[in-house]
Ligand binder design. Structure first.
Ligand SMILES: Cc1cc2nc3c(=O)[nH]c(=O)nc-3n(C[C@H](O)[C@H](O)[C@H](O)COP(=O)(O)OP(=O)(O)OC[C@H]3O[C@@H](n4cnc5c(N)ncnc54)[C@H](O)[C@@H]3O)c2cc1C
Length: 474
């Protein structure tokens, strides 16, 4: 997605500047979009990867509008439907007053059976806990335990916050993943006060009419398809870049010498089909570990920093059932499962209750997540074992005994970067090292946000930066 968004932005900028652009988008895989893959079968629209995007960050909505895709957007049905958390094997609704890390109102949270009396009393002390003086990074676990107590972390924050990155919140950086809450602590001295304030003055954003999350009528692949169409034959799939390095000095095209003096040598990409390409500018929109390998022979320090960004693997299992197969039909959007419940499935989402048109009448489409940092061996399981784990949970929680009408298992190997403690400092250092390479930009989920809108923004920013460096304004 970062590569596609970047290529599209290059085309837009070139069109504005009336410039002929020789653009190449090289994708190693069989199709573009990787973690954005929609399956359409038997009236089902199932997402093997991303299923929606946040509207708060405008980058995705802006792109959607520029692509003319706005009529295809859909928002979440019944925005107030609950999400459940598992407590001692039973489902308990998460109070709406609980916002990812902390409560904005105490009463509904006090009435909930998620926490013990002791846990609730510790949570209620939050406004009295002094704000941390140091601006050093810390883990989500350390931040939440310090402010709200261990039980709040283990029972709710771990599955909610960890779920976004399929990560281990004992290692994930609070500053890189949930900076809003660090800012609240510093500004209001308390998350409770910060959240109450936010509730009184809700922020509006350009996507307010779509609610917090949006998707597309025909699935998230609509975005990839539209970008693919814009990019056209410049997009080549099944073509891996094997090496990237400075090109030997080039003469013979207008302005080459001046550009080389100002921006250093051009790049040469060696491709898997034995050919090579010279480029004035390159956006490396690959996972950080791939960028590390490509750059290692050329810039050791940068490669070392990139290689420090760890990735984890996960799996998404889509299944569908007839509504009557559920002895206790789901009423919420989904379920999150704390690590201490010791189950394989991390989260379950009822896709067809969340978005309209995802499954035929009388059918429920269920998307389950497995793996992540806390189950590192997940991809060693075969498909049958993964589906069995999902079916066991659906039986326990919803009394489903029937066989699914549809099954798809998607394996996501090393697809999710982990923003561990110190991530922002590492990224700042990467950005400092990149200043020595003015014709190169990095883009993608590894750096400043893993969500689709963040990734779009990173690709577009990369294109804009390189374009403005190489094409002086008339
Ligand atoms: C299971 C799952 C569910 C998700 N759900 C959501 C969601 O609901 N909402 C949301 O906002 N985000 C979600 N995300 C996150 C989001 O989808 C990803 O962060 C984003 O799509 C990553 O895009 P990217 O371009 O940075 O990286 P990638 O998608 O990893 O793309 C990198 C591309 O580089 C290619 N490549 C690698 N090496 C080379 C090479 N040497 N030569 C050529 N090509 C190469 C790869 O084949 C790949 O296509 C989810 C992610 C996953 C894995």
């Amino acid at each position: 997605m970062a590569g596609l968004a970047s290529a599209n932005r290059f085309l837009e900028l070139a069109a504005e500047a009336r410039l002929d652009l020789d653009l190449h988008v090289l994708e190693a895989g069989p199709r573009p979009g990787r973690a954005i893959r929609t399956l359409r079968q038997d009236g089902l629209i199932a997402e093997a990867g991303a299923d929606s995007f946040l509207t708060e960050n405008p980058a995705a909505l802006d792109l959607v509008r520029r692509l003319g895709l706005e009529p295809e957007l859909i928002s979440v049905e019944q925005r107030d439907a609950p999400v459940y958390v598992v407590r001692r094997g039973r489902l308990v609704p998460i109070p709406r007053a609980f916002a990812m890390l902390a409560p904005s109102r105490l009463l509904p949270v006090f009435a909930s059976p998620i926490f013990s009396l002791r846990g609730k009393l510790r949570m209620a002390l939050e406004p009295l806990i002094p704000a941390r003086r140091s601006d050093e990074d810390e883990s989500i676990s350390s931040f939440v335990t310090r402010r709200l107590g261990r039980e709040t972390f283990e029972r709710l924050v771990q599955p909610l916050a960890g779920g976004i990155y399929v990560g281990d919140p004992r290692r994930l950086s609070i500053q890189a993943t949930l900076p809003r809450f660090c800012a609240m602590e510093q500004r209001y001295g308390s998350l409770f006060r910060g959240l109450s304030e936010a509730r009184r003055h809700p922020r509006t954003n350009s996507g307010a009419r779509w609610g917090l999350f949006a998707s597309f009528r025909n699935g998230m692949a609509a975005l990839v398809d539209a970008l693919g169409e814009r990019i056209g034959s410049a997009l080549r799939t099944g073509l891996e870049v094997m090496a990237v390095g400075p090109d030997s000095p080039q003469a013979g095209y207008e302005g080459a010498a001046e550009r080389e003096a100002a921006h250093g040598p051009r790049w040469r990409l060696r491709l898997a089909d034995g050919t090579s390409l010279a480029a004035d500018a390159v956006v490396l929109a690959v996972p950080a570990y791939r960028a590390a390998l490509l750059l290692a022979p050329y810039h050791r320090r940068l490669a070392d920093l990139l290689a420090q960004i760890r990735y984890v693997s996960s799996a998404v299992v889509n299944t569908s059932f007839r509504t009557e197969d559920f002895q206790r039909p789901p009423t919420g959007f989904g379920v999150v499962v704390p690590e201490r419940e010791r189950r394989r499935v991390l989260a379950i989402s009822f896709t067809s209750l969340k978005f309209a048109g995802r499954a035929p009448q009388g059918t429920i489409l269920v998307r389950s997540f497995l793996g992540g940092a806390l189950s590192p061996g997940i991809l060693a399981l075969d498909d049958e074992a993964m589906v069995a784990a999902v079916l066991a949970d659906l039986q326990d929680f919803f009394g489903v005994r029937a066989k699914p009408c549809f099954v798809d298992v998607a394996r996501w190997e090393n697809a999710m970067p982990q923003y561990e403690v110190g991530h922002l400092q590492r990224v700042a250092e990467i950005e400092r090292e990149m200043r020595a390479l003015p014709r190169l930009a990095l883009a993608g989920a590894a750096y400043r946000g893993v969500g689709v809108p963040d990734v779009i923004r990173s690709g577009e920013t990369a294109a804009q930066t390189l374009f403005s460096r190489l094409v002086p304004k008339a």
